[in-house]
Design a protein around this ligand. Structure first.
Ligand code: GUN
Length: 281
């Protein structure tokens, strides 16, 4: 039997309807939720991402501001701007789109954002909160992946999860979230000698590598939940993930598509984080 599809588009619709309802309540009470987005430079992909984030805010009643700066903006000027947004009570979330121009240190910029407004969950403080199991903002992509896994109704507790990829924004926080949900977690990466040995034992696989066909049908345990974080192009220029969807869908129990899977969920969890920041959670 082919795998059941976990649609990020559908799950996003449900979650965004809830965000819109709660945002309307905050607005009626006089504190509309606010997100400040900063884009430095002209990176084409970043422009698309930022446009999608701003539109998603408008669709759900979150007030967003977009500040665009030339690639020549100095690090000092960017830090001054972030300090002003930190002090602005109408701003509940601050997002500086990555990548930044090479002369700006992203770590310095991320850590200049107030922990209470770090809706990307990228700061060292937010990472530490996740590590320690304390409340705080969770990075949007792994947070969205957890919602997708939960949506299957399969209990995560006691399952073996394999995360492929160890980035600070996806792989590492994903592993910690699964661990917090009582999964047994293996993290695989580019130096793992036999990736298939690990993935074949996994009840849950999260592929976050950025390389297509990283996970093929022969590497998947029948019935597994397969979450594809990849965003790649195939030889025809078509968007595809890290998973060989056509092959793996015959083996897995659940699978996320690309597009229409993790992508929309990342933006949805940004909305959730911004809303919860405004709610004071
Ligand atoms: N660039 C690519 N993805 C992201 C993201 O989720 N947040 C930020 N700030 N920059 C990105």
């Amino acid at each position: 039997m082919p795998a059941q599809l976990i649609s990020g588009t559908q799950l996003s619709q449900q979650l965004r309807a809830d965000v819109a309802r709660r945002a309307a309540a905050l607005t009626a009470a006089g504190t509309p939720p606010g997100l400040a987005v900063i884009l430095v430079g002209e990176d084409p992909a970043s422009q698309v991402y930022v446009r999608n984030k701003v539109k998603a805010c408008a669709d759900t009643g979150i007030v967003s501001t977009l500040e665009r700066y030339a690639a020549t903006l100095s690090e000092a000027d960017l830090l001054v701007r972030i300090a002003a947004l930190n002090a602005d009570p109408s701003v509940h979330g601050i997002l500086v789109q990555m990548p930044l121009p090479r002369h700006i240190d992203p770590a310095k910029v991320i850590d200049a954002i107030s922990t209470r407004k770090d809706v990307d969950g990228f700061s060292v403080q937010s990472a530490g909160e996740l590590m320690a199991g304390l409340p705080g903002f969770r990075p949007c992509t792994p947070f969205g992946c957890m919602k997708m896994i939960e949506s299957t109704g399969v209990p995560i507790k006691g399952k073996h999860a394999v995360v492929i990829g160890r980035s600070n924004t996806v792989g590492k926080p994903m592993a910690l979230l699964l661990l917090q949900a009582n999964a047994t977690v293996t993290i695989c990466h580019s130096s793992t000698p036999d990736l298939a040995y690990h993935t074949r034992q996994a009840d849950i696989v999260v592929a976050a590598v950025g390389k297509r066909n990283t996970l093929t049908a022969d590497m998947v345990k029948p019935g597994a939940i397969v979450i594809d974080v990849g965003m790649n192009r195939d030889d025809d220029g078509k968007l595809c993930g890290d998973v060989d969807f056509a092959g793996v869908q015959d083996i897995a129990g659940w699978i996320t598509p690309v597009p229409g899977g993790v992508g929309p969920m990342t933006i949805t969890m940004l909305l959730v984080n911004t809303l919860e920041s405004a709610e004071g959670k």
